[in-house]
Design a protein around this ligand. Structure first.
Ligand SMILES: [Zn+2]
Length: 408
C-alpha cells in the first residue's frame, strides 16, 4: 500500500476571516491547481491552439482508470501519442460548424479541456495566462476507434505504466488527484448523458467537453443534414446540458456539552470502521435541514446548530461533500436505529477517545483478522477523507474551524 499523500497546504492569508475562523483545509480532490478559464471553452480557436501546443499535457483514462507511473503519479502523455484516436485537432472546426456537421452515427473519443497549469516559463500563452494546457482523453475502446485505442493503450503501457483501477483513488499526489477528479467527473457526466433530457435524442459534446447540445440537425450517416424533432432545450433559457453536482451533507455531530462526538457504522463497511454520518440533499432542503433530517433518520439524534466546516469534491461519480460540524440538542442525544436501516451501529465517544482514534486511521491486517467484521476495535477514515478533517476539527477544540475562543 502506497503512503497516503499530504493534503495541499492552505496559505494563511492573514485575513479577518482567517483570524476568526481559521485558515481552512484543502480536502483531498479540492484545491485543483488548474486555472479552468471556463470563459474560453466556447473559443475553439483557443482550444485548438491549446490542444496542438507542444506543451499540452494529456491525462488518459480507460474505463475511468487513469494511466499512472505508480500509485502516486499520473503519467501525462503528449498529443503525438494520441493522434491515432483523437485526430490531429478535434477543435479545428468552430463549435457552430461542429453542431452543423453533427452525425449521430459517428463515435468520437471524449476530449475534455481541463485548464491551464500556470507557470512563468511556459511558451504557451493566451491573453494574460501562461502555462501548460491540460486535457483528458477517454481512451476506453469504443465503436469505430476501438482498435486504434487498443493500440495506443498497448503502446502507452509498454514501459510498465498501467491504468490504476479501483473505484476510489486516494494514493495519487493531492494536486494531480484534484486534476484527475475533474477529468473523471466531467468524463463520467458525458458518458451518462448521451441523450437529451428534454427530448431523448442523442447529444453532442461541446464547450471542450463541458456542455452537451441537442443539435437541430443530424447527418445520421448521410451527406445531407436531416432536421430533428423540436426540443425544449433549444428554446428559451435551459441549463439541462451542463454537468451536474450532487450535494451531499456529511457532519461530525457533537454532544450538547461538546464532550462527545457521534460515530456511525454502515453495515457494508469493514469490521470496526466508524465514521461521521452522511446523506444526499433532497430538493427543497437546506444543508442544515439535511443534516438534521439525516442524523435523526439514521441515528435518532436530534440536531440543533449546524456550521459549515469545509467541502470535498467526490467524483464517484458527482458528489460534493458539504462538511459540517453540528451540535445535538440537550434532550435529543438518545440513539435510536429503528428508522433508517442504513446504520448497523451508532455510538457516542468522548473527545479523549476520539483523539486516540485519530492517531490510528486504518487497522492493521492483524487487527482485522483478529477482530473480524463488526468488532468493537474502532478505526476511522484516513486524512484524505473529509470525515477525518471534521473529526480532527472537533478533537482539536474546533481549532481551524471557529477560532480558539469558540465553543459549541
Ligand atoms: Zn433535445
Amino acid at each position: 500500500m502506497a503512503p497516503l499523500p499530504e493534503l495541499i497546504p492552505v496559505r494563511d492569508d492573514g485575513s479577518v476571516l482567517s483570524k476568526k475562523f481559521g485558515s481552512g483545509v484543502n480536502n483531498y480532490y479540492s484545491g485543483c491547481p488548474l486555472n479552468r478559464v471556463s470563459f474560453l471553452r466556447e473559443d475553439y480557436g483557443f482550444l485548438s491552439s491549446a490542444f496542438t501546443s507542444s506543451e499540452a499535457q494529456f491525462i488518459v483514462l480507460n474505463d475511468f482508470a487513469p494511466l499512472v507511473h505508480d500509485l502516486a503519479t499520473i503519467k501525462a502523455v503528449r498529443r503525438e501519442d494520441l493522434i491515432s484516436v483523437t485526430g490531429p485537432d478535434p477543435f479545428k472546426l468552430s463549435e457552430k460548424e461542429l453542431v452543423s456537421a453533427y452525425d449521430s452515427k459517428v463515435a468520437s473519443p471524449l476530449v475534455v479541456f481541463l485548464g491551464i497549469w500556470e507557470d512563468e516559463v511556459s511558451q504557451f500563452k493566451i491573453r494574460e495566462f501562461r502555462g501548460r494546457p491540460w486535457f483528458s482523453v477517454d481512451l476506453t475502446p469504443r465503436g469505430s476507434y476501438a482498435d486504434a485505442a487498443q493500440s495506443v493503450i498497448k503502446k502507452l503501457t509498454s514501459d510498465g505504466s498501467f491504468f490504476m483501477k479501483g473505484a476510489r483513488q486516494n494514493t495519487l499526489g493531492s494536486e494531480i488527484a484534484a486534476v484527475y477528479g475533474e477529468a473523471r467527473g466531467v468524463t463520467d457526466w458525458n458518458l451518462r448523458n448521451p441523450f437529451c433530457a428534454g427530448c431523448g435524442q442523442r447529444t453532442l459534446s461541446v464547450h471542450g467537453g463541458w456542455k452537451r447540445v441537442c443539435t437541430p440537425t443530424d447527418l445520421n450517416g448521410t451527406d445531407t443534414p436531416q432536421v430533428r424533432d423540436d426540443c425544449p432545450s433549444r428554446v428559451g433559457i435551459s441549463n439541462i446540458g451542463f454537468p451536474r453536482t450532487d450535494p451531499t451533507m456529511i457532519a461530525a455531530v457533537v454532544s450538547s456539552d461538546g464532550q462527545r462526538v457521534l460515530l456511525g457504522r454502515n453495515k457494508k463497511w469493514p469490521g470496526g470502521f466508524y465514521s461521521t454520518l452522511a446523506g444526499f440533499l433532497e430538493p427543497g432542503e437546506g444543508v442544515e435541514d439535511c443534516v438534521r433530517r439525516e442524523v435523526w433518520e439514521e441515528s435518532g439524534v436530534k440536531v440543533g446548530r449546524v456550521v459549515l466546516h469545509s467541502t470535498q469534491p467526490w467524483p464517484y461519480p458527482a458528489s460534493l461533500m458539504l462538511g459540517a460540524v453540528a451540535c445535538a440538542l440537550p434532550d435529543g442525544e438518545a440513539i435510536h436505529l429503528g428508522h433508517d436501516p442504513e446504520l448497523e451501529d451508532a455510538k457516542w465517544v468522548t473527545i479523549k477517545e476520539l483523539r486516540e482514534l485519530l492517531k490510528v486511521t486504518r487497522p492493521s491486517a492483524e487487527s482485522v483478522a483478529t477482530n473480524g467484521a463488526g468488532s468493537d476495535a474502532l478505526f476511522l477514515p484516513p486524512h484524505t477523507a473529509i470525515a477525518h478533517q471534521l473529526l480532527s476539527a472537533v478533537a482539536e477544540g474546533y481549532a481551524g474551524f471557529s477560532g480558539p475562543q469558540a465553543s459549541l
